[in-house]
Design a protein around this ligand. Structure first.
Ligand SMILES: Cc1ncc(COP(=O)(O)O)c(C=O)c1O
Length: 352
């Protein structure tokens, strides 16, 4: 069964990794306008998403013929299975796990290398990277990784990653769903080698999980054409299509500023929350570059989750992530008042 943050409606939901400053008011305005003034609900989206591609290209500073709009970045992985028909998928675990379900159903083997705990963070060791390099020489293996990684919050330097993946004979998918909210990540996707596909999401930074919009970025025209041919018709709905193309075109500078402000805010609150959680007695609080923090509560995890649920607060139990056992909880970063309430509640529960 699919498990995801946000499945239980909580008063304070720390399980969903969206931008605490979003959605921006400009997006709400554009959505209102297009529904009232433009009858957008009555129209099919543009079959080839010309305006949306132009808007994304303008905003991110990338070639519009190198990107394809998706129904959320997660659609990119499913399309990759159809496009490449791999025999196996290699992932770096623990990571966002929906691809595992699709592989299991389609009889595609899943193999993985592991992030390892090192100090207060997670890294991929040199010997694991060498193993990855060997495994990816097989043209029937595709690689999936999220960078920054969910749930560890770890980040692998892109230059290092691209030079490693350049030697692969199969394709690699780098899921950059959280890049806009990470202060050390490039805002503009960096042109990848021909066998590397970048996925970006509008869900996380705009804080619109229900709108469903992401895109694929590739330097291979051949891959782009295949993805375009196999995507379902009108894969992006007309509200997302119309609102986001307008938002990124009319409010370009404001939205770039919004991302900048969000990055600074998140980095500040991440420091505040990490310190507060350590002070409240959480045994391990891992280093993160993203808008969420992985923690380890050991045998206190279940009791803490239950106690928080009684107070209307939810965290993401990470026991369903491959390679993480019981005791790991992921906490997304929210506004200061909510973060303070969480720290106080956890302090109370760990004391009792
Ligand atoms: C790493 C990662 N990629 C993709 C997604 C889904 O993003 P989207 O809403 O753009 O499909 C998630 C959602 O949790 C995620 O954690």
């Amino acid at each position: 069964m699919r498990i995801h943050g946000g499945s239980v409606r909580a008063r304070l939901d720390f399980s969903v990794n969206t931008n605490p400053l979003g959605p921006p008011e400009e997006l709400c305005k554009v959505l209102r306008d297009i529904c009232v003034l433009e009858d957008v609900l009555k129209r099919y989206p543009d079959y080839s998403y010309r305006d949306l591609r132009r808007g994304l290209s303008h905003f991110y500073g990338i070639d519009e013929d190198s990107l394809l709009p998706l129904n959320g970045s997660s659609e990119g992985f499913t399309l990759a299975l159809l496009a490449f028909k791999p025999k196996r998928v290699l992932s770096i675990e623990p990571t966002f796990g929906d691809h595992m379900l699709a592989c299991r159903s389609l009889g595609i083997e899943s193999i993985y290398i592991q992030y390892r705990e090192q100090g207060d963070g997670f890294t991929v060791g040199e010997e694991d990277l060498e193993r990855l390099e060997k495994l990816c020489r097989d043209p029937y293996t595709i690689i999936y990784m999220s960078n920054p990684n969910n749930p560890t919050g770890a980040y692998i330097d892109l230059e290092k990653l691209y030079s490693l993946l350049d030697g692969c004979r199969g394709y690699a998918i780098i899921d950059e769903a959280y890049a806009e909210l990470c202060d050390i990540c490039p805002f503009k996707p960096i042109e990848p080698p021909g066998n590397v596909l970048i996925l970006r999401s509008l869900t996380k930074w705009l804080s619109v999980p229900g709108l469903r919009l992401g895109f694929l970025y590739t330097s291979s025209k051949r891959v782009l054409r295949i993805f375009d041919d196999i995507r379902p018709p009108w894969n992006v709905n007309s509200l997302a299509e119309c609102a986001v193309s307008k938002l990124l075109t009319i409010y370009t500078a404001k939205m770039r500023g919004f991302i900048e402000r969000s990055r600074v805010y998140i980095a500040g609150e991440r420091g505040f929350l990490s310190e507060g959680l350590r002070g409240a007695g959480v045994p391990r609080v891992y280093r993160s570059v993203a808008n969420y923090i992985l923690t380890w509560f050991g045998d206190k995890a279940r009791k803490t989750l239950a106690g928080l649920a009684k107070r209307g607060i939810s965290l993401r139990d990470c026991s369903s992530f491959a390679g993480l056992g019981e005791g790991y909880l992921r906490i997304s970063i929210r506004g200061r008042r909510d973060n303070e309430e969480l720290i106080t509640s956890i302090r109370d529960l760990l004391k009792s």
